[in-house]
Design a protein around this ligand. Structure first.
Ligand SMILES: [Zn+2]
Length: 466
């Protein structure tokens, strides 16, 4: 875990310098020209060195359904997703590997996997994702996705009186699964973190949130949830609580500086103040929000209010990829159409700061990760500036964010351990992974989802579409 990167381009305030970077025992120990070579020598010439990004919200097992779910809004899209969700542990393993590989090859060295659990095999699902992420070597924040209400409860009632099927697993059992996972797998020093992660106000009771808060306090865990992703959820919060979802989460004490909130598309002015006050982090998933028609999160307003913002790909069937650079690009320039004052537009450098330090802040690791700083862990990515998609030699950070970088990651390290060398993943056999995913899938369209047909009439009615 000792290495010295020679003559890499690094970014300094508004410019670049060429320098050496030394890593000892997984930590950055020096950044200066002409350093003595300790450990492996890495040629950084004509390469850009950046801190690794965070893929701060995804659901790895959705990889199995990417490309196949028809254009639908979240609530109906979820119904389709549930109808064909992977039920084999081996699938969890392969899609976690795939998610990690695609994240790494697009500049990410950390992933937050809001992990969908196979019913009856919950702990095994988590153990399998842990194994996959350890094999690849990506830093993993596994957030077991839990809820205690059945899917139809996620759509507002409107004027209808609806009865929802009870959720199949008692709440106490669900919380016990999360606690068992924490005891078995939560090892931040080893690169595996467990988060408490209710799926969101739309499908979770206050008791579930309170149970998660207690676990988070007891074991010092970060918190993760979806928040006000759609207009329907905004309506639902009003029905359920008589206030906004953000106000309610603050009231029950869920929001703090270790809380990352995926989406936050439908927030009020006072909601924005609450997120700023509680130092919560917004995870912006622009591709998913576009794909599901959820809306455009007012990210520039959040930034102006001092809220920490970072990026996520979201699950691969609401995206339908896992390319972090793509999410960063769209997540930046998307807001130029909603914000008239171009002086507030997100700059490429700002975007990369959000993707790296922003992610680290949200996960309470800003003292250890997220920037090229002596004393921090060496989660690093080296980009090949000789790649045609990053030529000519203009401003590499601008081109990385605004261009269409293809196969540009030359090397990557997590905790000083090399995971990508010369554009290739070194820790697992990616050819075998491709073959396995190929063998376990087939070309074609999915049959019609029964759940979508069941939920559509009420959804259309309550959302005023008929
Ligand atoms: Zn999500």
């Amino acid at each position: 875990m000792n290495l010295t990167i020679k003559k890499a381009l690094i970014s300094v305030t508004d410019n670049y310098i060429t320098t050496d970077v030394q890593v000892v025992n997984g930590k950055i120990t020096a950044i200066a020209p002409n350093l003595e070579i300790i450990g492996t020598e890495i040629n950084g010439e004509n390469k850009l060195l950046l801190p690794g990004f965070f893929n701060a919200h995804t659901h790895s097992s959705e990889m199995w359904q990417r490309g196949v779910i028809p254009p639908l809004p979240l609530e109906l899209w979820l119904a389709h997703l549930y109808d064909f969700t992977p039920l084999e542990v081996e699938q969890i393993y392969l899609s976690a590997l795939g998610t990690a590989v695609e994240t790494l090859l697009s500049g990410g060295t950390s992933v937050v996997d809001h992990l969908v659990l196979i019913p009856g095999k919950e702990l095994e699902t988590i153990a399998t994702a842990v194994r996959a992420y350890q094999e690849v070597g990506i830093r993993a924040f596994i957030a077991p996705l839990i809820q205690d209400q059945s899917l139809s409860a996620g759509i507002p009632n409107g004027k209808a009186q609806l009865n929802h099927e009870p959720y199949f697993r008692p709440l106490a059992e669900t919380l016990a699964i999360v606690e068992a996972a924490v005891k078995q797998f939560h090892q931040p020093e080893a690169g595996i973190n467990i988060l408490v992660a209710p799926t969101g106000i739309q499908l979770c009771s206050d008791d579930l949130f309170t149970g998660c808060i207690a676990l988070s306090n007891k074991y010092n865990l970060c918190r993760h949830t979806h928040l006000l992703e759609t207009k329907a959820q905004e309506k639902l919060a009003e029905e359920k609580y008589g206030c906004t979802g953000v106000e309610h989460l603050q009231e029950i004490g869920f929001l703090n500086s270790g809380t990352t909130l995926a989406h936050c598309v439908w927030l009020s002015k006072s909601d924005i103040n609450i997120l700023a006050q509680t130092q919560s982090t917004v995870v912006h998933n622009p591709l998913s929000n576009l794909r599901l028609g959820s809306g455009i999160a007012p990210i520039i307003k959040y930034i102006q209010a001092g809220i920490n913002v970072t990026f996520g790909c979201d699950g691969a069937s609401s995206n339908d990829s896992q390319d972090l650079l793509e999410a960063i690009k769209i997540g930046s320039i998307l807001h130029n159409v909603t914000e008239r004052d171009y002086q507030n537009w997100i700059t490429p450098r700002q975007a990369l700061g959000m993707a790296s330090l922003g992610g680290a802040k949200g996960l309470n690791v800003e003292n250890q990760l997220g920037s090229l700083t002596v004393g921090k862990q060496a989660d690093l990515v080296l980009y090949d500036l000789n790649n045609l998609s990053l030529l000519p030699r203009t401003d590499p950070i601008s081109l990385l964010v605004l261009g269409r970088p293809i196969n540009v990651v030359n090397s990557a390290w997590v905790n000083g351990k090399q995971i990508i060398n010369n554009g290739q993943i070194t820790t697992i056999n990616v050819d075998e992974l491709r073959q396995e995913i190929f063998n376990r899938s087939h070309w074609g369209t999915q049959p019609k989802s029964v759940n979508v047909d069941k939920l559509s009439p009420h959804y259309r009615q309550v959302m005023g579409l008929d």
